[in-house]
Write a new protein. Structure first.
Length: 142
């Protein structure tokens, strides 16, 4: 059951990353709306590449806390969001040249959902040892 919830959280994260990243890359930034987009300026490209996954991960974390699902770890959601962005989403956004904006956003959202479901199952959270655990006390003694 936990794997299904992790996959579902990854699917929601991936679909939102795909949707918002593909929509954000279509925002015109300069004087020529055909060629000057958000990804052509270095500062806006870096902001888009880092901001979209982090914001989406924290939105999913906020939604999970409102729905009383405390098992999600923020670093895991950020890892799933970045892995989804770099593996299926980024290739489709930059590789799809001559299709309409609606088709692009739909395809990237669906691929983001599939990639997020995959990365949600693959990427496991790491548990750091607590300061009061017996394993750590043994580690210091022996």
């Amino acid at each position: 059951m936990k794997h299904i919830k992790n996959s579902l959280a990854g699917m929601i994260t991936g679909s939102l990353v795909g949707f918002f990243f593909s929509a954000a890359t279509q925002i015109p930034l300069g004087e020529n709306p055909v060629t000057d987009h958000v990804m052509y300026a270095l500062w806006s490209a870096l902001l888009t590449l880092t901001g979209v996954p982090i914001v989406i991960a924290f939105l999913i974390l906020l939604g999970a806390s409102l729905l009383k699902y405390p098992d999600l770890h923020p670093l895991r959601l950020i890892a799933v969001a970045f892995a989804t962005l770099f593996c299926p989403v980024l290739g489709m956004v930059f590789g799809a040249g001559g299709i309409t904006m609606v088709k692009l956003i739909t395809m990237v959202t669906l691929m983001g959902a599939a990639g997020g479901a995959f990365w949600g199952l693959v990427l496991k959270p790491t548990r750091l040892p607590r300061s009061g655990s017996k394993d750590r006390e043994l580690e210091f003694q022996g």
